[in-house]
Design a protein. Structure first.
Length: 303
């Protein structure tokens, strides 16, 4: 009895190519020690955030039944001390990781999506349309992104959606510039001219030829943008422009400032959320640099 060979359909061939590319990417990524350290730390933070409802419980933010007295220093019962309401700071830091990571991720995705759309369309159509888009991009580049984000967060309602929108719509110009440059390089290749000669329209060229070629750059830019988005969210929350109903690392720093932790020397109120913000930003930066080095070896990023 003979078995018929498996028919290699285009979809199956495409899946095999993607699988080989993923394996090759991981083999190259493993050679970057800093990237592996960042990935391990990022995985740990993600697990802590996902398991927070099981480890600390959703009632950790309640102020009516706080387990300790206000501003207790670290002890066996409260490893990181308590806040001004007597809540366990360790539980608050763990719970705050959910909001800080979520806002950072969504804001970075929004920023990269806007920048990618602007960059591809400006590089493809050119002419007056591209000129107008690039002048708008230059205006956003000149204006400080944090100042624009503060202005948006001030005039809009205080919510997580407002923070995500404020960060996302003010931090896309760098991505737009990079993607436009890559789009111009891709569209100068001969196969783009052949695709147009065979009847390929604007949508076909941008989605089937340009977008796949700029995706590695977009992926690297996303990982780098998340760290800056986490810092921006912490800054907005520290300035009192975040959602007051949720716990975040920046919100904890703002609570510490209002409680006078700096002047009274209550260091345990300030250090844990500050270290968490710095470490998360560093882990995303390490991962982003490693991804950037794998996708573009000519950068020569140190391993």
């Amino acid at each position: 009895m003979t078995t018929e060979p498996v028919q290699e359909t285009p979809r199956r061939l495409a899946w095999q190519r993607r699988r080989r590319s993923a394996v090759r990417f991981w083999q190259q990524y493993r050679t970057h020690r800093a990237g592996l350290v960042g990935l391990a730390a990022l995985t740990l933070f993600a697990l802590v955030a996902l398991t927070a409802p099981l480890t600390v419980g959703s009632d950790v933010a309640g102020v009516t039944d706080a387990p300790g007295s206000p501003l207790q220093p670290p002890s066996g019962e409260f490893p990181l001390g308590t806040d001004r309401f007597g809540r366990d700071l360790l539980g608050l830091v763990v719970w705050g990781s959910r909001v800080s990571l979520l806002v950072g991720l969504l804001a970075a995705v929004l920023s990269v999506v806007i920048g990618t759309v602007v960059g591809i369309t400006a590089g493809h159509f050119r002419g007056p349309y591209a000129t107008v888009l690039m002048r708008v991009t230059d205006w956003f580049l000149v204006m400080p992104a944090l100042v624009l984000a503060i202005a948006l967060a001030t005039v809009m309602s205080r919510s997580l959606g407002t923070v995500i929108l404020a960060i996302g719509v003010t931090s896309w110009p760098t991505t737009a510039r990079l993607v436009r440059a890559q789009t111009l390089a891709v569209e100068s290749r001969p196969y783009i001219e052949r695709a147009k000669a065979l009847g390929g329209g604007h949508w076909h060229v941008m989605t089937r030829h340009v977008l796949p070629n700029v995706m590695p750059l977009v992926l690297a830019q996303t990982t780098l943008m998340i760290s800056s988005s986490v810092l921006a969210e912490a800054t907005l929350a520290f300035l009192g422009l975040g959602d007051p109903t949720v716990i975040s690392w920046g919100g904890l720093l703002q609570d510490a400032r209002e409680a006078g932790a700096v002047s009274s020397g209550d260091w345990w109120y300030l250090v844990p959320p500050g270290i968490a913000i710095a470490v998360v930003a560093l882990t995303f930066t390490l991962c982003g640099r490693a991804v950037e080095s794998v996708l573009n070896p000519r950068l020569g990023v140190a391993r």
